[in-house]
Design a protein around this ligand. Structure first.
Ligand SMILES: [Zn+2]
Length: 166
């Protein structure tokens, strides 16, 4: 794991700001993601629910870079406000799998996924595959604030069911 650079902090802040665009939902976290190439140029952004209510942020950003003009993603970094998921109910591939398949070599996150919706092993899985995972946890409080409605729901009903709220 490398130390975060000033650039890393700046791009991660952009991902966190982007996560505020996610339509609020009791069923998922609001997450933002930014993909940046080796020269420091932004390639794509995404946020939860951007084009499809089930779209995760990383998935939404990666989807913009696939197709006939698929960018070379070797040596690129994805900044995500929350740890990439490893379990999806509504998709065949988790965001962690999509990141690995894209060949992204560095992942920067603010917060590990709390055990609320699914058991998440994003950091461990990515590191095991050789990806440089950098955690800038002092920005995690911003992600917690943006997702405060979920934490409240968890405290009130013990995480048994999040349906019917908001
Ligand atoms: Zn995901």
């Amino acid at each position: 794991m490398s130390s975060p650079t000033e650039q890393d902090r700046r791009w991660l802040m952009s991902a966190i700001v982007l996560s505020r665009l996610s339509p609020p939902s009791p069923a998922h976290y609001a997450v933002g993601a930014v993909i940046v190439d080796r020269t420091g140029a932004m390639l794509a952004t995404g946020y939860t629910g951007e084009t499809d209510p089930h779209h995760h942020a990383e998935e939404a950003a990666l989807a913009k870079l696939t197709g006939p003009h698929r960018a070379d993603l070797a040596d690129t970094t994805i900044y995500s406000s929350l740890e990439p998921c490893t379990t999806r109910r509504s998709r065949p591939h988790s965001c962690t799998k999509l990141i690995l398949a894209a060949g992204i070599t560095k992942v920067v996150i603010a917060l590990r996924e709390p055990l609320l919706f699914a058991d998440c092993h994003g950091v461990r899985t990515l590191r095991a595959a050789g990806v440089d995972v950098v955690e800038i946890s002092d920005l995690g409080y911003l992600v917690r604030d943006i997702n405060a409605h979920l934490q409240l729901a968890r405290w009130e009903i013990g995480g048994a069911s999040l349906g019917g709220r908001s």
